[in-house]
Design a protein around this ligand. Structure first.
Ligand SMILES: Nc1ncnc2c1ncn2[C@@H]1O[C@H](COP(=O)(O)OP(=O)(O)OP(=O)(O)O)[C@@H](O)[C@H]1O
Length: 249
């Protein structure tokens, strides 16, 4: 298993109230899978991602990611994974290629290796023509591709993408998906992404893990999940009495 969690919990204390963002998650993800975590806003997807990528320690429970324990060996996890967060793009005023080189250097690459690798990822994400531009001059979809390029610099085998298509117009969303699927097909990467777009999870993911109120409430291929229903929203409605579509709107 490339990701394995047991009873993962994360609470936040807000003044006197306790927010139970993640309430005991057990997930196993195999090498090479393309998994979508689907859930409405506030379901706990980002919190789960931030724990798996070692940005946030769990309140309790354990997880190993790419063979390393997230609490005991966070450096090991970070060396082996890429993380594309929401809006964590490169600095506004630096050229994209320079940002990528800096990213590579922060992973311990020599300047020459980082420059070579930057050219490779620019090519993979169709960004070569934009290499000298700054993120501030790019469209939303182009910026998202830069975010992905940043996450790929150190050649991780496992990439976490937090809502990679949120906020993009339909054409840019389709384009981002083309690139995500290419990473899967051409490089055989394991991809774990979160989304609240039902249709995307349904059409693109091999496996969908449905999260609600900090818990996994369903887990399977889209076809398995929909065996008694027409759409994934019907599945969510049957399980919770609510519609993701309405909550995401
Ligand atoms: N730093 C924090 N302090 C307090 N509460 C938090 C914090 N981060 C997240 N939460 C709360 O934890 C719950 C889960 O949030 P999270 O961002 O993980 O959900 P999500 O499924 O990623 O939602 P979205 O799709 O909107 O990003 C929410 O109730 C949120 O308000």
């Amino acid at each position: 298993m490339v990701v394995s969690t047991a009873g993962l919990v994360r609470h936040f204390r807000m003044k006197k109230t306790l927010v139970e963002a993640v309430r005991g998650v057990d997930i196993e993800i195999r090498d090479g899978e393309l998994v979508a975590l689907l859930g409405p806003n506030g379901a706990g997807k980002s919190t789960l991602f931030r724990m798996l990528t070692t940005l946030l320690p769990p309140t309790s429970g354990t997880a190993t990611v790419a063979g390393c324990d997230i609490v005991k060996d966070p450096d090991g996890v970070r060396a082996r994974i890429g993380y594309v967060g929401q809006n964590n793009s490169a600095g506004e005023n630096y050229r994209i290629r320079d940002e990528l080189v800096t990213q590579g250097r922060s992973h311990g690459m020599t300047r020459i290796d980082a420059a070579k690798r930057a050219d490779e990822v620019l090519d993979q994400l169709d960004l070569t023509a934009l290499a000298k531009r700054t993120p501030g001059t790019l469209s939303g979809g182009q910026r998202r591709r830069v975010d992905i390029a940043m996450g790929l610099m150190h050649r991780p085998r496992l990439l976490f993408l937090d809502e990679p298509s949120t906020g993009l117009d339909p054409q840019s969303r389709a384009n981002i998906w083309d690139h995500i699927l290419r990473l899967r097909e051409e490089l055989g990467m394991t991809l774990v992404l979160s989304t609240h777009y039902l249709e995307e999870a349904d059409r693109m993911a091999e496996r969908v893990v449905v999260i609600d109120h900090g818990r996994v409430i369903a887990d399977g291929t889209p076809a398995q999940l929909k065996k008694d229903h027409e759409t994934l929203d019907d599945v969510f409605l049957a399980l919770t009495g609510r519609s993701i579509r309405e909550e995401a709107a």
